[in-house]
Ligand binder design. Sequence first.
Ligand code: CUA
Length: 168
Amino acid sequence: MHLHKFEKIWLAFGLGSLVLFLAIIGFAAFWKGAHPQSHIETIDPQNVEAHEAFKPENLGLREVADGKYTVNIVASAFNYDFGVDDDGKPVKKIRVPKGSTVLFQITTKDVIHGFQVAGTNVNMMVEPGHVSRLETVMKNTGEFTVVCNEYCGIGHHQMFATVEVYEE
Ligand code: CUA
């Protein structure tokens, strides 16, 4: 069978792209730990408080063991609810020591939101009716901005918070 020169070039280009993109996906998944949310747990979006993790008093940061933390968040247009501080003000910043293991658990009461901690591998889609979870080790110190990366309406750009990782 005779293949035209250009046909060979394009065939090589196509196969090469396929191999390259599979390698990129493999690198992101196995070395960088990126993966889609695989938690099938469902929740009633009209009544998220019925879930233990999303009761108002359980929102926000909690140390569950030495160096292990859980952060429970309820997203809604256009806010991340991390609970309130001792003065009754909404928490907009959480602080964890470097090297700690943090489990983020988040759900939404209304539409689809995003939950990305920019500069880390925490990047989740938050769908109504589902609980999104991701556990990660905070390896680097600094202030990381939490952003909503799914367009959710007029106040989309106002949905943000901060995660600070400090040196112990
Ligand atoms: Cu919430 Cu965009």
